[in-house]
Write a protein that binds this ligand. Structure first.
Ligand code: TYD
Length: 139
């Protein structure tokens, strides 16, 4: 996805099962998200002022939700930066590959839940911004 831009990331509103005793939200393969989940991971206990992410993926699709608290997702396609604040467990961002992302402004107790289309593969990462720019320019 060399040509993906920050507006290819879409905000998805998830269904909420309202009950007197609290709410429940589910995410299903090929329903709320267009891929099959192969991995789930979550970031938590992120100290205030810390930025996570700082990389892009070549193939991986992800769905990112704030399971608790809030944080900012900053997307960058080398031309435009877009910041999306995630602060509700029923709003997620569907993230195509080919976008640089950073996560920052974590609130106390925030949990960043990530549903991913593949297992962890270091070779899918672009971890240096200059390499990301080369990748986007087809170099
Ligand atoms: P990384 O993706 O670099 O985290 P972030 O971008 O949030 O700072 O991963 C941090 C470390 O965790 C790195 O050493 C790889 C490891 N890791 C796994 O072992 N499995 C995973 O699914 C992920 C996402 C990371």
């Amino acid at each position: 996805m060399i040509h993906s831009n920050v507006y290819d990331a879409t905000i998805v509103q998830l269904p909420i099962n309202h009950k007197d005793k609290g709410n429940l939200t589910s995410v299903n393969n090929y329903k709320e998200i267009p891929f099959k989940i192969k991995r789930i991971y979550y970031l938590y206990d992120v100290p205030g002022g810390i930025s996570r992410g700082g990389h892009a993926h070549k193939e991986l699709q992800q769905f990112i939700v704030s399971a608790s608290g809030s944080f900012d997702l900053v997307l960058d396609d080398t031309r435009i930066k877009r910041t999306i604040t995630l602060n509700r467990p029923y709003f997620g961002v569907l993230l195509p590959p080919g976008l640089w992302r950073e996560l920052n402004n974590f609130s106390s107790g925030a949990i960043c839940l990530v549903l991913a289309s593949d297992i962890y593969k270091e070779e899918d990462y672009i971890r240096e911004y200059f390499k990301f720019k080369q990748y986007k320019n087809g170099i």
